[in-house]
Write a protein that binds this ligand. Sequence first.
Ligand code: GUN
Ligand code: ZN
Length: 429
Amino acid sequence: MTKLILGQTLSFTGNPFTDGPDAAHHERRGAVVIDGGKITAVGPADQIKSAHPNAEVTDMDDHLLMAGFIDAHVHYPQTAIIASWGKRLIDWLNTYTFPEERRFADPEYAAKIANAYCDFALSNGTTTAASFCTIHPESVDAYFQAAADRNMRMVGGKTCMNRNAIDGLHDTTQSAYDDSKALIDRWHGTGRATYAITPRFSPTSTDDQLAALGGLWSERPTCLMQTHLSEQTEEIAWVRELFPNARDYLDTYEQHGLVREGAIMGHSIHLTDREIATMRDHGVTIAHCPTSNTFIGSGLCDVTGLNAAGVTTGLATDTGGGSSFSMLHTMAAAYEVAQLRGDALHASHLLYLATVSSAKTLGLSDKIGNLEAGKEADLIALNLASTAPIELSSARATDIWESIFPTIMMGDDRAISGVWIAGQRQTLT
Ligand code: GUN
Ligand code: ZN
């Protein structure tokens, strides 16, 4: 049955970073038509209603209908240790993260956290995420099963690490290859799942393991590849010690066939000119993680510079290194980080990063990320007056960007008034 959702609508018509902040279409009283799980039209409500007199109508009043948020880099197994106090990256991994990840050998625990994570994501308006799992294949099964139970389009993969973690949390070169391959064959392209080959980061893989995963990627070339790059200065110094023959951090991946289109690099804060040029030339993308980069004290990523250099950049919470499941909160952090660099991102830049650009980052922009005909109907409704202070501030707005900005800066899950996955409205927890 054809469905119509009525409200304000927002669709991107271009890239605000290159085409200017108004590269979008806003309809004050608009409608979205959904058929067979896809968006078939977006336009003025009056026209759309008369063209579809028998459709089932959901009226969201003046709430803003837009594409669901896409979180380009998360660690679902870190859901229960989010906001753990005060360490630099490597201490934080050893103290909180690795002991928690070891618990995912238990499939029941993995399923409990995977389900909780998917519910948190949906209630924050995140309809797609790309997650690292743990070294345990069971953690990947739990994740994709929780996603399949909600019909969510999700990206994920078994985290591979054969050194420098803690006892009980290492795989081997062979088991990483074998387990990843079996998981790809089980999940990649099953329903809405996309598999990402996932070496955690160079410090926890030997050259041998990175080479095996590069080889696997050439055997299964439609997968994605996700990892971390140049997050903290101490980490970069450690990589230099561990890989004396590499030109730079990126080269530790490049030497093993892991630098090409479909590669997604988390963080990527402290890059050299060579690394940026290589990433641009090879179509490698970046997941910008501003709440994590401030929480763990990693640094201020130059999103505007990366966009100007032609490197596609998505937005990511990086939970639990990041301090929030909310992409609204993450957009606010992206704004504040850019301000500290002397650069004021416009609301359209922030919303673009969280939707279209994250979809491009994950190679999924033909399917999701924009409110337009032909895309899968993963969309959200935002209440732009979800709290009294936001309502007061947005009442002064003279255009859609001013009316959404208080929600970006101060909004949370209370602003998410509706979530649709492949056209089905979700019950939010
Ligand atoms: N680098 C390697 N692993 C991790 C992780 O789990 N979180 C963050 N923020 N950085 C990492
Ligand atoms: Zn990460």
